[in-house]
Design a protein around this ligand. Sequence first.
Ligand code: ZN
Length: 339
Amino acid sequence: MLSPVDDALHAFILALPKTETHLHLEGACPFELLQKLDPVKYAAPPPFWADDFRYRDFEQFMLLYLEYCAAFFTSAERYHEAAKIVLGRCAAQGCRYVETSFHLPALAFLRESGPEVIRAIRAAAPRGLEVRVFAGVSHNDYTGAARELIDDCLAWPELDGIDLHGPEDLPVEPWTDALWARARAAGKFTKAHAGEFMPASFVDLILDRLQVTRIEHGVRSIESAATVARLLRDNITLDVCPISNLKLAVRGVPTLSAHPIRRLFDAGVAVTINSDDPFFFGNTLADEYHALHHHLGFSRSELIRVAANGFRAALLPDHVKRTHLADLARLSAELACAG
Ligand SMILES: [Zn+2]
């Protein structure tokens, strides 16, 4: 355990209405499904679940993804099976709203169409859990069969949005700016990974060029006061994943207690917390809340404020957001009375 066991806090965290807005479906692949597929290969728990495991770099992470999970996602049915467990776990942890993404170019190898895969993911959502599905695209994907999928996906009514992901140090190619603008014109929500491995200047570049209002990670924004000021001025939300950052040895995160989310939160930046690729980090959403409390001194009322940021950023109608935020405000008032 990265954080000490605290039963009372655990009950509080589970009961807290929460969101998960940075969750790669393939990176959340349930281990039991891999074991069912190949009990011998997957007999032992993966080494990267150990608390002290650190990835050498993002390349090692990608290689382990290929080794463990890539071969699993071969049909819409497999996406459905995985999503059923992943989304069920989100709901069991008190999540009321989830944004999950899948790697769009991988669909080129499937028999089913993109809309069929997305419908299969959506059909796996337990009752009461709102799910939005995003297509993830890497910086260098606009080529071959993937290019066709990228152009086509903007017309899929089942798709809620697009997200730029993958190795962050590759150049942002010129097609990206136009595609992100076309996506918004087509009614899709747009976000992008930045400021995980690349510095604050890259967050600025992505904000300038892709005009997004949500940045996945964005933690290295802390390196520039001007970038932090910009996040505040333009009301940009950062979908942060502290345990992922620790295990991927992101610069500035040698330990959880050094994680910049404390300083970003204190500066007033809208941060959410999320599990990113729980299969590869051995984490749960509840673990992320525990980590904020135990390693970064977030009080219970501050954890409520982090959860509220998730609902503010969610792609939900205003009246639904207000209901969730009212539930959180009630919890906050109860805490104040008890305190
Ligand atoms: Zn991510």
